[in-house]
Design a protein around this ligand. Structure first.
Ligand code: 0O2
Length: 219
């Protein structure tokens, strides 16, 4: 950031981030309530862990620049949906859909867009469920709503996405073909692993519930 205009916009952007912190806190409260519910009233909590982050002003400026957009607080607000982000890591893919439905039923925020990269796997091999929430932060900050991006994935999908992101960053988005093929293979294997682990989980549940022997259910 060199020009005076850019420095001033950067300062404006930093101030705007306060609103995103507030929106994130509203969603965080609801998700903590959900975890409390699972921990106290259900046999298992399907949420492994939740990460919350506000994009740094540097990274917002970098993303706007990459998209050939002006580096202004207004552009960030209008064009970036992931200034405030939440990542929910679940044990199994099935849990993701359960959590999605619960999030949709909340009254404090509205789901304005959804992308199911579990069913429509990205060409890279990326799997996750994305939602953009519009959170009502009240009139205190002059505007009523603020967007928050929620990504839901299993631990295995998160493991893959973290490594692939690192590789993508290293090669500035243009991953060499051999590496991208290998990453796509790993994504398929991770998906198979997720499904096999889920099956074991279901079998053990069945055994626990009916007290039958594993040999009798033909697994
Ligand atoms: P970062 O560094 O994680 O913030 P957008 O990219 O948000 O302008 P798009 O492409 O429609 O718009 O959004 P999409 O597809 O919902 O993806 C948004 C985010 O999902 C990305 O943010 C990544 O975090 C993640 N993502 C999407 N595709 C991939 C992928 O192929 N590999 C990995 N590892 N992550 C992916 P950013 O800003 O691109 O990256």
């Amino acid at each position: 950031l060199k020009t005076r205009f850019e420095v001033e916009e950067f300062e404006k952007l930093k101030k705007k981030l306060v609103r995103y912190e507030c929106a994130l806190d509203i969603v965080r409260t609801q998700l903590s309530n959900l975890e409390a519910y699972y921990n106290n009233f259900e046999p298992v909590n399907p949420i492994e862990h939740i990460k919350y982050r506000i994009k740094s002003p540097e990274s917002i400026a970098g993303k706007l620049k990459k998209k050939n957009l002006p580096i202004t607080a207004e552009a960030a607000e209008e064009f970036l949906s992931d200034v405030a982000g939440i990542r929910i890591i679940c044990a199994y893919a099935k849990n993701i859909y359960e959590i999605v439905e619960i999030i949709k039923s909340q009254e404090d925020f509205k789901v304005v867009s959804e992308k199911d990269y579990l069913k429509n796997v990205k060409e890279s091999g990326y799997r996750s469920y994305h939602m953009i929430l519009e959170v009502n932060i009240g009139k205190l900050f002059g505007e009523k709503t603020c967007r928050v991006e929620v990504q839901l994935r299993t631990s295995a999908m998160d493991f893959w996405a973290t490594l692939e992101h690192k590789v993508r960053y290293k090669y500035d988005g243009k991953i060499p073909e051999r590496l991208s093929n290998e990453l796509q293979n790993c994504s398929r294997q991770i998906n198979e692993l997720d499904e096999r682990m889920y099956l074991i989980h279901k079998v053990v549940d069945m055994i626990n519930q009916s007290e039958v022997d594993i040999d009798r259910i033909g697994y």
